[in-house]
Design a protein around this ligand. Structure first.
Ligand SMILES: [Cu+2]
Length: 374
């Protein structure tokens, strides 16, 4: 912990001397402008593997840019957003949230969006990873039974939300049209043992929370920002029970956390863990260590990772806590393996506590003095 400490004047003169001599060590980040456009040559082509939440496509190991062909279908269907509660969801790929897309920084993405013939609405896609008008929204607007194709360069690494941007935009998003695209940095992300896709969002139904049957969209509740459901990965209970994500003690877990909204910012927290690293707002740098709760705004994302040390049931929540326990924003990370009492014992005893007269008096007098102070 102890370090040799130069007096401030000596430190300043040393820095000055180094600058004059031109030997001041520049960090690599200072040598390259992160805003420079990176346009490497394109070699070959690949068809992107897309996954449904909570799965994430495998890390990209190639060291060159390619033509990445992404085929994403817009499918209007019916899904359960809570046990016994059905809803007409509009999806990117058949489920809410939409498919996870993983490309590499510098890739040329050849994007195919098919609006399936049995859709009733026109749709499009605005990918926040796109540099260009509307994030691709204008280029991809198609009626049912049509496919739109566009190309874009994945210029900026980071984790980005995509969503439908067809009028009325709020309704298309509220009906399930959002997902995540990761533009992996060309040098890759630090290796972890598990990666998962978690996306929070809201549903605004005419029926109250838990009312069974097919539910209709309630525009007024959406305008009032008062959802009946706040959920992870498309529905209440989708990340619990058999939908829980898993890890073993000692493993490092990375969560790609997105928020489709359409309205509420998430106070994302994992009960019983801290995030060792947070890539704030899903940018490319670790902005903080040892974080309890991170904010994920609608239309935004965060990347967090942490090592799980001991077995347990870790609950993912929006820590605006009524959303978790009353509106559905709960997920489970199940960690099974060897206990480590050096880190966490679990309950060791339960003892009786009996009220005593002196305890009662102490409480009374402290309350009394507290009153007198005011
Ligand atoms: Cu749409």
């Amino acid at each position: 912990m102890q370090r040799a400490c130069l007096p401030p004047t000596s430190l300043l003169s040393t820095l000055f001397a180094l600058l004059l001599l031109g030997t001041f060590p520049l960090s690599s980040s200072a040598q390259t402008n992160p805003n420079d456009v990176y346009l490497p040559p394109i070699e070959g082509e690949e068809v992107a593997v897309l996954t449904d939440a909570p799965e994430v496509p495998a890390p990209i190991t190639r060291d060159y840019a390619t033509r990445m062909i992404v085929n994403l279908d817009v499918i209007e269907t019916v899904d359960e957003i809570a046990p016994g509660v059905e809803y007409n969801v509009w999806t990117f790929g058949g489920e809410v949230p939409g498919k996870f897309i993983r490309v590499r920084e510098g890739d040329m993405v050849e994007f195919h969006m098919r609006n399936m013939p049995d859709s009733r609405m026109p749709h499009n896609i605005d990918l926040h990873a796109v540099t260009g008008t509307g994030g691709g929204a204008h280029a991809t607007l198609v009626p049912p039974g049509k496919e739109a194709v566009m190309e874009f360069r994945a210029l900026k690494p980071g984790l980005y939300v995509y969503h439908c941007a067809t009028t009325p935009v709020g309704m298309h998003i509220a009906n399930g049209m959002y997902g995540l695209i990761l533009v992996e940095p060309k040098e890759g992300l630090p290796e972890v043992d598990r990666e998962y896709y978690v996306m929070q969002s809201e549903f605004y139904t005419v029926g109250k929370h838990g009312e069974k049957g097919l539910q209709q969209f309630d525009l007024q509740k959406a305008i009032d920002e008062n959802p009946e459901y706040v959920v992870f990965n498309g529905g209440k209970g989708k990340m619990t029970g058999t939908g829980a994500i898993e890890a073993s003690p000692g493993e490092r877990v990375r969560l790609f956390v997105g928020n489709g909204g359409p309205n509420l910012a998430s106070s994302f927290h994992v009960i019983g863990e801290m995030f060792d690293n947070v890539y704030g707002e899903a940018g490319t740098r670790v902005t903080q260590n040892n974080v309890q709760t991170t904010t994920v705004p609608p239309g935004g994302a965060a990347v967090v990772d942490f090592k799980v040390d001991v077995p347990g049931t870790y609950t993912l929540v929006d820590h605006a806590i009524f959303r978790a326990f009353n509106k559905g924003a709960i997920g489970i990370l199940k960690v099974e393996g060897e206990k480590d009492p050096n880190i966490f014992s679990g309950q060791t005893e339960v003892n009786d506590v009996k009220p005593t007269t002196s305890d009662a008096k102490a409480t009374d007098s402290s309350t009394e003095s507290g009153r007198k102070k005011r």
